[in-house]
Write a new protein. Structure first.
Length: 254
């Protein structure tokens, strides 16, 4: 029988992993999405949408659906989901691995300031009005309400709800990947003087950092949350290797 695999997704990496798994007859995968995107992209495996109800709910789902292995391929900043997954796999005893894209690293010419939390970044914008491009997604955008004197451009895939109570804010609804040329044009058109972002990693949105370096624009960046406690790998091949060693179909039910 095929290995029953649960993938916690919502990222480009999760979608690519699902496509690879779909081509392997020895695996029967389910991709779970949190449901924060109204129109998610098509996936190569069956999809469930919605939360589990914390670590206990996830453990109950794993047992009820006879899941043999878990892959956590959520956003690097989805810390609570990863923590719940670590608790659930300890409770159920199934093997688990986290697919997480490598973080961005500053290079020559980069002007980065790194913060432990979004709230400290917002406070550090200072008293003088600045023109800020915000690319942190829509879930935590309301933190910027604490500094309403700046001029903001918020980029997200879907609208921010509830609407932000900011006197000077524009909203860019866009989905990556973005090119360096496009990002340079965006930063120049709006005369952005600081980029506020998270260290999400990955190539799909890396171009904004290269564009900021080209234009000499400083970057204010939220550092990644602490590790989840799960084994972490950075490539789909590493995930597949883990599954071959820790959840091979021949061992199901042994």
């Amino acid at each position: 029988m095929a290995t029953r695999l649960l993938i916690l997704g919502g990222t480009t990496e999760a979608r690519a992993l699902a496509a690879r798994i779909a081509a392997l007859p020895d695996y029967d995968a389910i991709l779970s999405l949190a449901g924060r995107t109204a129109a998610p992209l098509a996936q190569a495996v069956p999809v469930r949408i919605g939360g589990f109800g914390g670590a206990a709910g996830l453990a109950a789902y794993i047992k009820a659906e006879r899941i043999d292995a878990l892959v956590v391929a959520t956003h690097p900043f989805a810390a609570q989901i990863a923590a719940n997954a670590a608790i659930a796999v300890r409770a159920t005893g199934i093997p688990a691995v986290r697919l997480i894209r490598p973080p961005w690293q500053a290079g020559p010419g980069d002007d980065w300031q790194v913060f432990p939390a979004l709230e400290t970044l917002v406070a550090a914008l200072g008293a003088t009005p600045r023109r800020v491009l915000v690319t942190i997604g829509r879930q935590e955008a309301h933190a910027f309400v604490a500094a309403p004197h700046h001029y903001y451009w918020f980029r997200s895939i879907e609208p921010i709800e509830p609407p932000l109570r900011l006197p000077q804010a524009e909203f860019l609804l866009e989905r990556g990947p973005f090119t360096i040329a496009d990002e340079i044009a965006l930063l120049s058109r709006h005369r952005i003087d600081v980029l506020a972002t998270k260290n999400s990693g990955g190539e799909a949105t890396r171009a904004k950092l290269d564009a900021a370096r080209t234009l000499g624009i400083p970057v204010m960046m939220v550092a990644r949350p602490p590790a989840s406690g799960l084994l972490e790998v950075e490539t789909i091949d590493a995930v597949l290797d883990f599954l071959r060693h820790h959840a091979p179909p021949a061992e199901r039910g042994a």
